[in-house]
Ligand binder design. Sequence first.
Ligand code: SAH
Length: 433
Amino acid sequence: MCFAIPGKVKRIDDKIVIVDYYGEEKKAYNDIDNVVVGDYVYAQGGYVINRVPSEEAEEILAVWRETFFELQEVDLRLSRLDGGGANVDSKTRRILDRALESKPVHKEDLLHLMDLTDPSAVELLFKTANFLRQKYLKNSCCIHGILEISSYCREACAYCGLSAHHQALPRYRMTPDEIVNTAVEAIQDYQFRALVLQSGEDPGYSIAELAEVIRKIRSRAPAFILVSFGEVGIDGLSELFRAGARGLLMRFETSNPRLYAKLHPGSDLDSRILHIRKAYEMGYLIISGGLIGLPGQTHEDLVNDLFLAKELKTEMYSFGPFLPHAGTPLAASRPVDQIEVLKVLALARLIDPEQARVLVTTAYETLDPNARRKGLLAGASSVMLNVTPLAYRSRYDLYPDRMYQNTSLETQINETITLLSGLGRAPMDLGLR
Ligand code: SAH
């Protein structure tokens, strides 16, 4: 089992390294010292993260070589457009044909697709998105780990089970040593190459402490570290970057300022967006997106969300259903239809076909046990596995009955690998911009 394959350095152009993967060249930004042509390296999220001894790399590449091409064949077969869709209305076909020709899709087009109700038209949308995913990203699937380090939160987001509204929740906060050890175990023992550290907005850690945690993880085990601690301030972001964080997971939740204000008392959409913009300027890879099915949210809002994600240079689109939580003011809301979620994932692929990593979120997996398969066949290309120690997981209570709450990491990995190989996806992130 492996979550990345090493590539061979072909050329070095100042800070940019050209890496070869079985004959395919990708670019990565060099984040480590002393890399020379001929070295084997792991790259993630557009950054070279470490060198791999030649012998070890060649062994891994030999194991992967055959499987790699076999999987590509399976994926190619499953993502073929088989000429279906003859009964689909002409407007939908025109929009999807344009998307297939890599012409830009406009807001009205996306709105039309979001409003589709005819099952064969919806099916054609998903197939088109899957075709585009295969065309541009081939069969590589990113598997990131997420470690939820604390469930304390000072915010009062109306939908969130970690919010201050949910007073009955028993909270936990991992100690810095515990975080470092769990992260290092995920990287060394379970082969994760990209790891998100997430928490509520917890004043219990200082930025200096979080920075030290990141420094220690990176000194003990090479990985692409993403942070998701909420609004830590622009200086905070820059301190975390200096410590070695290279990705930011921060959803803007909704691009509708009125809806945002209603759901986040005392917080400001502009401030959240500023964090994302500044982080990108600093060199962070951005994972962003929003919630689907918020009370009062329209299809137009969702389409605007997708355009905002693109404008913010989002590398991985993270859009998931809002699931009502009994301990919050939105307890009585109706959960969204899962087709809406799949449509948003497919549209993310359509507006950013060549670059986007599109995530199947755990919230969607909670809504539908077949979400992963459905999402990956409708334009998505990424999943996240929960590496939080089992003892804490149920207390990271974002929404009820979270999928994999009691599933060991081993089982999650095995299930994921089985699913991915059935779909012809390679569990690796060549991850290069
Ligand atoms: N403090 C961090 C992490 C927030 S929790 C931050 O501010 O970014 C991670 C994500 O969980 C949120 O961004 C939100 O989109 C999602 N979430 C929270 N409550 C949810 C619910 N009831 N249903 C679905 N997703 C939810």
